[in-house]
Design a protein around this ligand. Structure first.
Ligand code: FES
Length: 100
């Protein structure tokens, strides 16, 4: 099932914290040179909002305790944890989840 998530114009800089269209859970939309990434909005450690994290070379660093995640896969860099990640496409400026 395909679901519309948001418009590119809603991103502030390279990111947006929004809600999953089905569950209402927080999801983080990031845009970098690799494309659009849609991930869990909260860190699996102590649930800090990841929207404030640093993004560099496809690595997102949690602002609270600096756990790092590869936004291309959702995998933790330092810990055996994983952010859920949803495949997405951009069409006419809209970001669509292709598996919701
Ligand atoms: S809450 Fe993200 S590393 Fe602790």
């Amino acid at each position: 099932m395909r679901q519309r998530l948001c418009h590119l114009a809603e991103l502030t800089g390279d990111r947006l914290l929004t809600e999953h269209p089905t569950t209402g859970d927080p999801v983080l939309v990031l845009r970098d040179s690799a494309g659009i990434h849609v991930l869990d909005g909260l860190c699996p450690h102590q649930y800090a909002p990841l929207v404030g994290g640093d993004l560099s070379d496809c690595i997102l660093t949690c602002p609270m305790h600096e756990w790092r995640f590869d936004v291309r896969t959702g995998e933790g860099v330092d810990m055996p944890v994983r952010l859920e990640r949803w495949p997405a496409v951009v069409e006419d400026g809209w970001i669509w989840l292709t598996e919701a």
